[in-house]
Design a protein around this ligand. Structure first.
Ligand code: SF4
Length: 233
């Protein structure tokens, strides 16, 4: 099986297991950055609730956030995770960058060539390569497959690359392995991102993957073949 067919077959199996994912709720570039920063180590529901509160009580335009008292931003960030004071300041910092540096127009940065677009986005707090790629994928600006930690773990276990000491080195190796093997439309890339994330959350868990709990990828998984299978005999 070619690599492209392999990746596509994996995603098809995950889609059969989990169904077609709902479209992403947040697709505006600045809102994606706010969504990531409004919570820390919080589950999806708490993050969504904090973001909804930000939208309702303050707004998500840079000037709306700049006008809001820091205390009000802290009340919102307190809904989802630790260090709420720091995250409230980050919301301010994001609004300042968007307003004063990018002149309330992040869209024109996204349309730049990929390296420049990523460089601009990485000026925002908590946005590294994976975060920048997620924004570029969800806004349909560049055909990239963004991977968060769950999706990366699944692809490493499947054998797309060997895990490295640093997260960023593992990320780069998996991306290199996928180069030229990915679907060339945004819907398929976004769906792959969502399905890999869901698989990492539900079955291919970080500390103890539930390989025999219904994972449809066992036959094609390096982790299962090399480690889990011998352990069972
Ligand atoms: S077989 Fe196990 S390690 Fe491999 S993808 Fe499935 S859950 Fe993850």
């Amino acid at each position: 099986m070619s690599k492209k067919n392999r990746f596509s077959a994996i995603i098809q199996k995950l889609k059969k297991l989990y169904g077609r994912p709902a479209p992403p709720a947040v697709t505006d570039p600045l809102e994606i950055i706010l969504f990531e920063n409004v919570a820390y180590l919080a589950d999806d529901d708490k993050r969504a609730a904090a973001f909804a509160a930000l939208k309702k009580k303050v707004g998500t335009k840079p000037q709306e956030i700049l006008k809001a008292p820091l205390k009000q931003l802290e009340e919102i960030t307190r809904m989802a995770g630790i260090v709420p004071e720091l995250r409230a300041q980050r919301l301010r910092q994001i609004a300042e960058l968007a307003h004063y540096i990018f002149k309330d127009d992040l869209g024109s940065e996204l349309n730049k060539p990929l390296p420049q677009a990523k460089k601009s986005l990485k000026r925002f707090p908590s946005v590294g390569d994976p975060g920048a790629e997620k924004i570029l994928m969800l806004t349909r600006s560049h055909l990239v497959l963004a991977l968060e930690s769950n999706g990366l773990r699944v692809l490493l276990r499947l054998g797309f690359a060997d895990e490295q000491k640093s997260y960023s080195a593992s990320y780069r190796l998996v991306q290199a392995a996928l180069a030229g093997e990915l679907p060339s439309d945004y819907d398929a890339l976004i769906e792959a991102h969502q399905l890999l994330r869901q698989h990492g959350q539900e079955l291919c868990k970080r500390t103890r993957p539930l390989c025999e709990g219904g994972c449809p990828l066992t036959a094609d998984c390096a982790y299962f073949q090399k480690l889990a299978k011998p352990a069972r005999v």
